[in-house]
Design a protein around this ligand. Structure first.
Ligand code: AMP
Ligand code: MG
Length: 418
């Protein structure tokens, strides 16, 4: 099955005029409003659907359970027709087992052996646990306490036939897979996997470990971004590294067979900021100067219709911008919902004073006693802080003066899908 997606609009990244420093929330709202799914739809067997994005409603083909059945191993009878307990009842011939229903009618005053999952035979309205019975070859006895309907799972008690069990855009969990199977769905319409290309730019970059020349920088962003994409359930596509050369960059972008591209480096407006310049040439670029730290401009645009997220070169900034901006954007492109990380309000284990006008994300982690500490250096050159941290502290756009014990917003990496 293929459904053609409407193309993204050329101005999907346009900022309202007059915006100079873009607040984070405005940037997020612009992305949310401008983006839509870019991948088609395919039918996939249920056992390969986990973690994928549902493209259509899933409706129960039959009820769950489809008929009343027993929740326990025990004995069934018409409890409503019995007098005062204790009861001693003769057993009918035969039994009801899962997959092997008892076809006959169980007369009032009689009991029948019944096993877990077996259909409730006609005439039965309750099942007594075998552990609660005295049992002979021909009779069972049990005392007070059983209620009408006991241990009977009514037809459709979980899901009714025709009920909607999942909506489009849902990222399927293991529980969804089990639910779909239970209502007779063995294949589902899913969004095709989102292929995300990753390209590093910069004359200075080399493969990690390939030289000792201190003038060269090991390319940290490419493995980092490829790993993020994999963690988010998309297909990472390594587009390699290009030097600061506009023609090389153009050729590499032209050759990319992907649904979205993350570049790093060259996103500002300097002489060597070729990602930004190239997107400017095709007229779809928006350079967003986002009022946040870390982060310099983000260059966004469409290249041959493919959305390009031009991230800052600095690895700490590229990481934070990916979590804050790329993650929800890719989610929408993949056909799923816009995602916002959960934030937890926790006591600070640090002091920090900041001026108004920009949001700040600090590398942070939980302490033993449930407070949040921050990486000792805010320098965006300290990549090791990313490994040290298990989340971010988000400081608001406004001025703050934080002392130990004050509440702060902590965003665990786990809630960014990591
Ligand atoms: P740029 O945004 O291109 O001006 O780069 C900003 C800083 O990030 C410079 O110090 C670059 O050397 C560094 N940088 C850019 N790309 C990478 C990368 N892939 N890995 C590590 N550092 C990078
Ligand atoms: Mg550069």
């Amino acid at each position: 099955m293929t459904i053609e997606q409407p193309p993204l609009r050329n101005d999907c990244f346009a900022m309202p005029p007059g915006v100079d420093w873009t607040p984070v929330d405005v940037a997020l709202e612009t992305l949310r409003a401008g983006l839509s799914p870019v991948v088609g739809v395919e039918t996939v067997a249920l056992d390969a659907a986990m973690g994928r994005v549902l493209a259509e409603d899933v409706v129960a083909r039959r009820s769950h359970p489809p008929a009343a059945n027993s929740a326990v191993d025990g004995y069934g009878m018409a409890l409503g027709s019995l007098g005062q307990p204790p009861h001693t009842l003769p057993l009918v011939e035969g039994r009801s087992a899962a997959g092997e229903a008892y076809e006959g009618y169980v007369p009032a005053g009689h009991a029948i052996r019944i096993l877990t999952g077996a259909l409730i035979p006609k005439g039965v309205d309750a099942v007594v646990l075998e552990e609660d019975c005295a049992i002979t070859d021909t009779h069972i006895s049990f005392s007070a306490g059983l209620k009408p309907g006991a241990n009977v799972r009514p037809a459709g008690e979980d899901i009714g036939k025709g009920d909607e069990v999942a909506r489009p855009g849902r990222v399927l969990s293991v529980g969804d897979v089990a639910t779909f199977a239970s209502v007779g769905v063995n294949a589902v319409a899913l969004r095709k996997p989102l292929h995300v290309g990753v390209l590093s730019t910069g004359d200075e970059l080399v493969e990690p470990g390939s030289t000792d020349n201190p003038a060269r920088t090991y390319d940290a962003n490419r493995p980092m971004l490829l790993s993020l994409i994999r963690a988010w359930g998309y297909v990472p596509v390594d587009l390699g590294h290009v030097a600061d050369d506009r023609n090389d960059l153009r050729a590499r972008l032209d050759g990319a067979r992907v649904d979205a591209i993350l570049t790093s480096g060259g996103a500002s407006a300097g002489d060597e900021d070729h990602v930004s310049a190239l997107l400017g040439e095709v007229g779809t670029r928006s350079v967003w100067r986002i009022a946040m730290k870390p982060g310099r401009p983000l260059a966004l645009g469409l290249w041959n219709g493919v959305p390009v997220f031009g991230l800052p070169g600095n690895p700490v900034a590229a990481f934070v911008c990916s979590l804050i901006f790329a993650r929800p954007s890719l989610s929408v492109l993949a056909g799923a919902a816009w995602v916002a990380p959960r934030a937890y309000t926790l006591p600070a284990a640090f002091r920090k004073r900041k001026k108004p006008g920009r949001r700040e994300y600090l590398r942070a982690r939980l302490t033993q006693d449930g407070a949040v500490e921050v990486f000792p250096s805010e320098g965006s050159g300290r990549v090791s802080g990313l490994a040290w941290a298990d989340g971010l502290v988000e400081l608001p756009d406004e001025a703050v003066d934080i002392n130990p014990g004050d509440p702060v917003r902590y965003l665990p990496f786990r809630d960014f899908g990591l």
